[in-house]
Write a protein that binds this ligand. Structure first.
Ligand code: COA
Length: 255
């Protein structure tokens, strides 16, 4: 497995870390594959009771690696990014996000599939899909509304505007703000409390709260189809070129 995904076992708790701090933990296909593999192994291992997801350095994750995505777009539902989404969306045990910094794109949408989320006070969140000529992914076009209401979901998903940790707390997207040096300890304390609970009751509660997984998976697939089409678009080429050239994109020639 790639060392850009790090796993660490502490009793019944598995911590999965995006470990590419120099690129703000932007996620490549190899990293998605590694994270999917780690989640599948944790699902199958009865001694793992809770998973914590966090990032190395000062970022949670800058989302999809734009270079990797533009050059090697996911081809079908077997692509690593979709393996990761399926593994997390269908994960039966509690998952806690410890958001240690900026959470862009899937860094924010993966929170919709976690059972608890804590963040540092200077964390920043955004869903910049449309700004990149993409569309909402990982079920966010369906699930964000559950957290923030339809009107706010429309605004966040269409504007792609960044919001701060206090706003994420107000939305209920995270449940507490914790100082950086205490974040992992706080996440582990929550994880230990959950690990001590009766596991089958906890799994059943999680499944009931999540609701219809088939519906969520159908939306993930529908989003992925359009996302894949947009990845091939000239609009996306312009957005990615602008990001790496550190300039504003110009979409005026598109209709
Ligand atoms: N894909 C590929 N590389 C990325 C990246 C991404 N999503 N996000 C950051 N990086 C790289 C930068 O190119 C830079 O590389 P360099 O040091 O070789 O120049 C490095 O990571 C650090 O990023 P930088 O932009 O200098 O850090 P910052 O603290 O000023 O800003 C972010 C951090 C996350 C706000 C900013 O990098 C950003 O907006 N990234 C793009 C996020 C995005 O659009 N993700 C896709 C969602 S679908």
């Amino acid at each position: 497995m790639t060392d850009l995904i790090q796993t660490e076992r502490d009793g019944a708790i598995l911590t999965l870390r995006f470990n590419r701090a120099d690129k703000k933990n932007a996620i490549t296909a190899a990293m998605y594959a590694g994270a999917a593999q780690a989640l599948k192994a944790a699902e199958a291992d009865g001694t793992v009771r809770v998973v914590i997801i966090t990032g190395a350095g000062d970022a949670f994750t800058a989302g999809n690696d734009l270079k990797d995505f533009a050059e090697n777009p996911p081809k079908d539902s077997g692509a690593p990014v979709f393996q990761f989404m399926a593994a997390l969306a269908g994960f039966t045990k509690p998952v806690i996000a410890a958001v240690n910094g900026v959470a862009v794109g899937i860094g924010t949408t993966l929170l919709l599939h976690c059972d608890l989320a804590l963040a540092v006070p200077n964390a920043k969140f955004s869903l910049p899909f449309v700004n990149l000529a993409l569309v909402p992914e990982f079920g966010s076009s369906l699930l964000l509304e559950r957290f923030v209401g339809l009107r706010k979901a429309q605004e966040l998903l269409m504007s792609g505007e960044t919001f701060d940790a206090q706003t994420a707390l107000n939305f209920g997207l995270v449940s507490a703000l914790v100082a950086p040096e205490e974040l992992l300890g706080a996440a582990k304390a929550k994880a230990q409390a959950l690990a001590a609970k009766p596991p089958s009751a906890l799994r059943a509660a999680k499944a009931l709260i999540r609701g219809d997984l088939a519906n969520v998976n159908a939306r993930i697939a529908a989003e992925a189809k359009v996302f894949g089409e947009q990845l091939q678009s000239a609009e996306l080429q312009e957005a990615v070129a602008a990001f790496f050239a550190k300039r504003a994109p110009d979409f005026s020639r598109f209709s």
